[in-house]
Design a protein around this ligand. Structure first.
Ligand code: 6R9
Length: 648
């Protein structure tokens, strides 16, 4: 059993929420959500205050989610204008470019107001109005923030497409959302390489309506094609535009953005978030989960193309008047010390990243961390997948130096903000556990065989949420029926997360991975994450992905893809050693039946392993791999197929 870690007395003393406050506030939040959120809703500025707070139903066929319904506000005004009296000259965004030789930029709230206004005025001049959709396909540059806030300012709905996506994916999203405008750049530099965004956009627009306008940020200055009448130089237009744009009064339930996320079936789902509830929830979780205080420098390493970037680079931090870091690069360029160099350079106080990044850096040695002064750090965060205890311990020891609480935040594109997470001054951490629910969140564990709610504290099953919280998605763009079916159809009366979990005797939640990743070996149910965690605990293993495959005797066998640490030779002795290792770590039942050496794993651009592909290869059924266009490096798939272990 792993240990329990508590924040220092010093940390607890200044934390927004301590243990007693958590218990009291949590109880109040679920006993009377109406009263709790009526008060919390006041964290943001309303043009017309709400009288209604919560009007939500999870009843299948009638799912409807509304918060602060009759209030009006503007999200951009909340993220910028309302800070002007106190923070006009405070840095809102620190922009750290891909190339460390290019100077970083500090953008004040006053500058943010002007740039956002200018961009909003450009959009207006193109006829973009309240409710229109704007697709944003940009690198991690300040213009991405201006574009989001400019849309919010005039009531347009943005839909960001991650700059790593292909022209096809971009075209599908432009068409599905019926966007009037796409905002892109010439190139996106990342890790010293350039992605030709404008050329990709040109290719995408061949499949879109002729009326779609293309605003181009000349970022790298490289030559691109130019179609007169369609392509517009955005920086030039901004220079000519008026420096102030009034904001539009929006209803709390007017959509703020659409964000496409992959479902289990082909067509991506357009997750819709609205204005009031989303902002209240993003702001509150940003302040409380990360224990943000005035003067802190907050760095979330995600891309704005993912929900993590929406809620914790832009909307949450800026609603709180914070200083937020926006990083254009990657953790390993120009070397494996880049994250830590940036932390030292900007005196980052809260650092929030993904386990996959930690594991890849772990494999490269601690000297890269030790080189840099990390004394400014007060808190670390993790998001995106379960963090295995080894990665947690490495993060805690080498980055946090044992003095920074780690918040392992469980949430989803669909949830808008954290659902289950330690509150750093209140909830002792156990490595690998997302711990306890955030305020207003009522997790329930259901037995998937009979959909019964498990009443015992210590239990396991599928994770559902019993009642709405303000940050919850409202619908799928243009497909409310699919929304109901995907999230409320299987377990009636509950929001189904798609994840499995275990609740321990202390009431802590341990996310065991997507339930579609559960394998059943000889009648024993096992989380693939558990086996992966055991494998990566071996000193020679850098990363691993485990899937099930059909097994004559056991029903399903365990197929493990293993990436070794740099310089380690893959030998049959090592294979035996790993089998024995897992046997002793978890038990004989967890011993992998097949281990394939994987120089690389198929990952999405956001770093998630695409298990669908790994399952197919493990099943020796690689003729129909489906869409691989969202992979960061499609060539790894060829390599894995060539060296597959199951040829039966
Ligand atoms: C924010 C984000 C959501 C899925 C989710 C779960 C996994 C995210 C996690 C975690 C264990 C955590 N996930 N955070 N699993 N512990 N702390 O990642 O959104 O891209 O929509 O992914 O990611 O499986 O269902 P999204």
């Amino acid at each position: 059993m792993s240990g329990v870690y508590e924040a220092s007395a010093e940390f607890v003393a200044r934390a927004h929420v301590d243990a007693a406050a958590y218990e009291k506030m949590y109880a109040a939040s679920v006993a009377d959500p109406e009263a709790f959120w009526r008060e919390e809703g006041q964290r943001i500025d309303w043009i017309k205050s709400y009288t209604k707070v919560k009007d939500t139903s999870f009843e299948f066929g009638k799912v409807s989610i509304k918060w602060f319904e009759d209030g009006t506000l503007n999200v951009s005004a909340n993220c910028i204008d309302r800070h002007m009296s106190r923070r006009a000259n405070q840095t809102a965004i620190i922009w750290e470019p891909d190339d460390p030789k290019t100077p970083a930029r500090h953008i004040t709230y006053a500058e943010l107001l002007e740039e956002t206004s200018r961009m909003a005025n450009v959009l207006k001049s193109l006829g973009v109005e309240k409710g229109d959709r704007v697709v944003i396909y940009l690198p991690m540059i300040p213009e991405a923030a201006y574009a989001m806030l400019a849309c919010a300012r005039i009531g347009a709905i943005h839909s960001i497409v991650f700059a790593g996506f292909s022209p096809d994916a971009l075209a599908n999203r432009i068409n599905d959302s019926k966007a009037k405008v796409v905002i892109t750049a010439d190139h996106a530099p990342r890790g010293g390489k350039k992605t030709p965004l404008k050329a990709n956009t040109d290719a995408a627009l061949l499949h879109c309506d002729d009326h779609v306008k293309c605003l181009v940020v000349k970022h790298t200055g490289d030559q691109t094609t130019w179609i007169e009448g369609r392509d517009i130089d955005l920086k030039q237009q901004m220079a000519w535009a008026k420096p102030y744009c009034p904001y539009t009064e929006m209803g709390a339930e007017d959509p703020l953005f659409i964000l496409y996320t992959s479902g289990s079936t082909g067509k991506p789902k357009g997750v819709v978030h609205t204005s009031g509830g989303y902002l209240v929830y993003a702001a509150m979780t940003h302040q409380i989960t990360f224990d943000y205080h005035d003067g802190d420098v907050f760095w979330c390493t995600a891309d704005v193309g993912w929900v993590t970037g929406h809620s914790y680079i832009i909307y949450g931090p800026l609603a709180n008047g914070a200083t937020t870091v926006m990083f254009e690069g990657v953790p390993t360029f120009p070397d494996a010390g880049r994250f830590w160099e940036v932390c030292a350079k900007h005196k980052v106080t809260q650092f929030y990243t993904a386990p996959t990044a930690i594991r890849s850096l772990m494999g490269l040695g601690t000297e890269w961390v030790e080189k840099h002064d990390l004394s400014s750090l007060r808190l670390l965060g993790s998001v995106g997948e379960p963090i295995n205890p080894e990665a947690w311990n490495w993060y805690n020891t080498h980055v946090g130096k044992g003095r920074c609480p780690i918040v392992d935040t469980f949430w989803q594109t669909e949830t808008g903000g954290h659902l289950i997470t330690p509150l750093p001054g209140a909830i002792p951490q156990k490595p690998g556990s997302a711990t306890k629910p955030f305020f207003g969140v009522k997790p329930v564990v259901l037995d998937p065989s009979n959909a019964q709610v498990q009443v015992a504290v210590e239990t396991e099953g599928v994770l559902c949420i019993a009642d709405s919280w303000p940050g919850q998605m409202r619908t799928l763009w243009g497909d409310h029926q699919r929304f109901e079916e995907a999230y409320f159809g299987q377990y009636r009366g509950y929001y189904f997360t798609g994840d499995g979990c275990r609740r321990d005797a202390d009431g802590y939640y341990w996310i065991t991975g997507r339930v579609d990743d559960v394998i059943n070996v000889s009648g024993h149910r096992m989380g693939t994450a558990e086996v992966e965690s055991a494998l990566v605990a071996h000193p020679k293993v850098a990363e691993s992905a485990v899937v099930g495959y059909p097994h004559d005797i056991k029903g399903q066998g365990i197929y493990a893809y293993v990436t070794l640490m740099k310089g380690v030779e893959p030998t049959s002795e090592l294979r035996k050693e790993l089998e024995a290792w897992v046997r002793t770590e978890i038990g004989p039942i967890a011993k992998p039946d097949l281990i394939q050496w994987a120089p690389g794993l198929p990952k999405t651009r956001s770093g998630k392993i695409m298990r669908r592909i790994l399952r197919k290869i493990a099943e020796n059924d690689f003729g129909s791999l489906g869409d691989t266009s969202t992979l960061a490096d499609p060539s790894v798939v060829e390599e894995l197929i060539a060296n597959r272990m199951n040829r039966g």
